[in-house]
Design a protein around this ligand. Structure first.
Ligand code: FE
Length: 206
């Protein structure tokens, strides 16, 4: 079903209208009563947003870089290949892996809301959900990329993928040069969350 259909099975449509407000209210009360420390909460959120979540995606990328059969399995049926690794669940159904090449750089957005592959990347960062990102990345992807510090060769085309209730995308960044002998763990360290959304490229080993 398309994103704009009124009765579509969009997960966000099933949420109460103001869950964020409820959470904020709860947090305020708990903080005022001295029951939670906002700094500790921020640390917790940061952990899920930046560390635990994206490690799953980084594992997938590193494995695809090292194992041609796994890459082929991802191309053929990403859901099946990911399920075998245990990466599936809500907001992770119908995954499509899009591969960066010297000719094409891929970048992912949800223009309507914030659809995101939770089982692979954790919870989406604030910028991904922002109106500015969602509107601008479609109109001026190269400018958005340069805001993120990514400058592409003029010959590289940029493809923007709009997530829907049905399909979630994972960008497979290009494997950096000079990483031939690296272990899966070492390769994972080069794969940031943003590189799997397309707003960064994989890091060069130091
Ligand atoms: Fe969405």
């Amino acid at each position: 079903m398309p994103h704009d259909s009124p009765d579509h099975d969009h997960p966000h449509a099933l949420l109460p209208p103001a869950p964020a407000l409820r959470v904020k209210a709860l947090e305020t009360i708990l903080t005022q009563k001295g029951l939670v420390d906002p700094a500790a909460l921020d640390t917790l959120i940061d952990t899920y947003e930046n560390k635990i979540g994206p490690r799953n995606g980084a594992h997938v990328v590193a494995k695809a870089w090292r194992e041609p059969e796994f890459l082929e399995a991802l191309r053929t049926d990403a859901d099946a290949a990911l399920r075998e690794l245990g990466y599936y669940g809500r907001q992770g159904e119908h995954m499509v892996v899009v591969e960066n090449t010297p000719d094409t750089h891929n970048i992912v957005v949800c223009t309507l809301c914030s659809c995101y592959p939770w089982p692979l990347l954790g919870i989406p960062p604030g910028w991904y959900k922002s109106d500015a990102y969602r509107a601008r990345v479609v109109r001026e992807p190269r400018k958005v990329l340069s805001d993120f510090g990514v400058t592409l060769d003029d010959k590289t085309a940029v493809r923007v993928w709009d997530s829907t209730a049905e399909v979630r995308y994972l960008v497979l960044p290009m494997r950096p040069a000079g990483t031939d002998g690296l272990s899966e763990d070492a390769l994972m360290d080069l794969v940031s969350r943003d590189s799997m959304v397309g707003t960064a490229i994989a890091s060069v080993p130091t």
